[in-house]
Write a protein that binds this ligand. Structure first.
Ligand SMILES: [Fe+2]
Length: 343
């Protein structure tokens, strides 16, 4: 028997690490837990070494503080073994570049901000191999996501509409627009391979969101089967109407027993033209976080729960990816009926 999967991925990881500006003499830590993909650990280790970096593979115990399965949900609560261990944190802070191969990552764990403040770059990777390869970023993507981020920063209002009945008005002032581009090249930057998208963290939005058939509910990794209407007032979901999905969402909010569960969090649109809407259907749920759905070019992605800009800590994180929406940022139409506009 032989196992060539890590060697097969070496080229993609090396290209990705070049985008992350991994350079000779840098210190790279490959962070894993026992359930991490061994072939990713090996490919990351090999890619860092081939670029002349010092590399350490660090495996810490699994287990998260979040009361939910660690199945690539996107909640990003971090691993308890790192959150509770300053030696592990010091290792990550001392690195130039961390490849985070843990199941959930640390995106919503405050300790990640401390590590980034030390100047460490962090790249999170957890989707399936051909999702990574198909969506390998380009350097030119950064100019695009920057342009869209600047547009959000300069605007006061975002309006999202759809033929299904969505009509949501979002106040952008103070919403700290940002981007994900799929590679972490600047000191102190976190990013997620793959992802090409812009997002902001508004507090106030009002109106209704109507999920149409075929929209994607994450972290459940399920497609919406019947129209579902969410009534939003002051950034809070006041009620959900519809069939099975409405019941599912209401049950999720109730079970979370979390005061932020019903509040909207980040929202934005995808710019990843290589994304495949059907990836969610074609892989096992444990094989994906679902970045194809989250970053799909022309989608409207919105979420609930944790909101670092407003200091809301929560594990009740939904990401919902919708197609067919139109998005206007002040007077600029950025997405029309689910397609990026040509600007
Ligand atoms: Fe999210």
């Amino acid at each position: 028997m032989f196992d060539l999967s890590s060697v097969d991925l070496l080229d993609a990881f090396t290209k990705e690490f070049r985008l992350c500006k991994v350079a000779e003499g840098e210190h790279v830590v490959v962070l894993a837990e026992p359930d991490s993909r061994g072939d990713y650990v090996a490919a990351a280790f090999g890619a860092a070494k081939s670029l002349g970096a010092h590399v350490i593979s660090a495996t810490v115990p699994g287990g998260s503080p979040a009361p939910m399965p660690s199945t690539h949900t996107g909640a990003g609560p971090g691993l308890s073994s790192v959150l509770d261990d300053t030696t592990a944190q010091d290792l990550l802070k001392s690195a130039d570049f961390v490849v985070d191969l843990t199941q959930e990552g640390f995106i919503h764990a405050p300790v990640q901000q401390e590590i980034l403040k030390a100047g460490t770059r962090i790249l999170f990777v957890c989707d399936a191999p051909d999702v990574l390869v198909r969506n390998l970023p380009n350097e030119a993507d950064k100019a695009l996501v920057r342009r869209e981020t600047e547009l959000l920063k300069s605007a006061a209002t975002m309006r999202v509409t759809s033929a299904a009945g969505t009509d949501l008005t979002v106040e952008l002032t103070g919403s700290k627009p940002e981007f994900q581009v799929g590679f972490a090249d600047d000191p102190g930057r976190w990013d997620h391979w793959p992802s090409t998208m812009v997002l902001c963290w508004p507090e106030i939005s009002d109106g209704r969101i109507v999920l149409a058939e075929g929209d994607i509910l994450l972290p459940f990794k399920e497609y919406v089967a019947s129209p579902t209407t969410l009534h939003v007032s002051g950034g809070r979901i006041e009620g959900v109407e519809g069939g099975a999905e409405a019941r599912l969402l209401e049950t999720f909010f109730a079970d979370a027993d979390d005061k932020w569960a019903r509040y909207l969090s980040h929202m934005g649109w995808g710019l990843m033209r290589s994304a495949d809407w059907f990836a969610t259907a074609m892989y096992g749920k444990g094989d994906l976080m679902g970045m194809d759905a989250r970053a799909f070019a022309g989608n409207f992605l919105w979420s609930t729960g944790p909101h670092p800009v407003l200091g809301r800590e929560s594990y009740a994180h939904l990401d919902i990816a919708m197609r067919g929406c139109s998005i206007a940022v002040d007077e600029t139409q950025v997405v029309r009926e689910g397609e990026l506009t040509d600007r």
